[in-house]
Ligand binder design. Structure first.
Ligand code: M6R
Length: 368
């Protein structure tokens, strides 16, 4: 049942191209993005003037990633909130607010309560969920199912990638309803998403290299993760994987924050995983990251760089280099997250921990 793998998680990492393809399938019909159960009218979608994404853990990170795309495509303000914070605040919601509740299990207590709170305030709720008929989709106005298949490993991998893809579909559905993207642009973005399963398959070809790297990092006391733009939530996700699986101190930072505190943590030999933007995408982001890496390397950090293949400018600053295929900037998280999953799993394995069942954690958190 583990498909020849020692752990479900490793099998699930390998299933990611399929999870993405299955999640996208059927959502572009007759030139339009379609959701699953849409118990809200097209007019309701057009009237949306603000979006909240509420979720916990990795699902929250999928929302942070999607914020970049949804704001860019729709010109709607998007706030991404931990469900446990959202529900105890007094968020400003009305019938033109769309709350996107992202949950693999569809049963996470805080996310469910956030949904209930949003609906009481008359906001519309769209669930992104991996579990058919779970409570969160049942209580929502619209649903978009991720088709990652059952995820057994406690650490989210294929469900996370599928959540990112589904959140992007929500963004495209909104852009289509609002007319902020022409139909041919929506079609092009969808086609780019459809190319992602094969890009992720290419990343999976680097698994052995990353596992070997993980074994060499197993004795580290702490690992930092740095990213910018869409690479920032990827850094947070990489750090979460390492915490939950390897019980190691791991922290994700926005690279631009280094000088505001975190650079004080850099000391000789400290591993820092850097998620590089594409050199061909936004040149300014790339240049800033190269300068950040040179600064931490000069202070003794051991840099582990996830970069687009052929990125020559970053090479001199990478003590370890993991290459991922070139993809459009907004879709980079779908490739750059994968090596971080493998890294965390291998470090945990090398430390002798059960990768599928990390201590103190449950797959679905149905109590607060
Ligand atoms: O089922 P959900 O997507 O609502 O779960 C949310 C989090 O509990 C979950 O993503 C958790 O953070 C994972 N263990 C992370 O790998």
């Amino acid at each position: 049942e583990k498909g020849g793998h020692e752990y479900f998680m490793l099998k699930e990492i390998e299933e990611q191209p399929e999870a993405l393809a299955n999640t996208l399938r059927g959502h572009f019909q007759s030139g339009r993005i379609v959701l699953d159960e849409q118990r809200m009218s097209d007019q309701d979608l057009r009237d949306v003037d603000k979006v909240f994404v509420v979720a916990c853990g990795s699902a929250y990170h999928s929302g942070l990633v999607a914020k970049y795309a949804i704001e860019h495509w729709t010109r709607l303000p998007v706030e991404v909130e931990l469900a446990s914070e959202f529900r105890y605040r007094d968020p400003v919601l009305d019938r033109d607010t769309l709350v996107v509740a992202v949950s693999q299990s569809g049963e996470t207590a805080d996310t469910l309560e956030a949904v209930r709170h949003a609906r009481e305030q008359k906001a519309r709720v769209l669930a992104v969920c991996n579990t058919n008929g779970a409570q969160i989709p049942r209580e929502s106005d619209a649903v978009l199912y991720t088709h990652a298949g059952p995820e057994i490993g406690v650490a989210s991998t294929k469900a996370f990638l599928a959540q990112v893809a589904a959140n992007y579909l929500v963004g495209l559905a909104l852009a289509q309803a609002r007319g902020t993207k022409y139909p041919d642009e929506v079609a092009r973005e969808f086609a780019e998403l459809e190319a992602m399963p094969s890009a992720v398959s290419q990343v999976l070809a680097t698994v052995d290299q990353v596992r070997e790297l993980g074994r060499r990092m197993a004795d580290s006391r702490a690992v930092l993760f740095l990213g910018r733009h869409v690479g920032f939530p990827v850094a947070l996700e990489g750090a979460l994987k390492l915490k939950e699986l390897a019980y190691m101190h791991a922290e994700g930072f926005a690279a631009g924050e280094l000088k505001h505190g975190p650079i004080a943590l850099i000391e000789d030999g400290l591993p820092v995983v850097v998620v590089m933007p594409s050199p061909k995408g936004r040149a300014v982001l790339h240049a800033k990251m190269v300068s950040n890496i040179s600064e931490i390397q000069a202070r003794g950090a051991r840099t582990i760089v996830i970069a687009e293949e052929g990125d020559e400018r970053v090479r001199p600053f990478a003590d370890e280099l993991v290459e991922v295929p070139a993809v459009p900037t907004l879709l980079q998280p779908l490739v750059s997250t994968v090596p971080l999953q493998v890294l965390a799993a291998e470090i945990a394995r090398a430390r002798g921990y059960d990768v599928d069942k990390p201590r103190n954690l449950a797959k679905s958190v149905t109590v607060e």
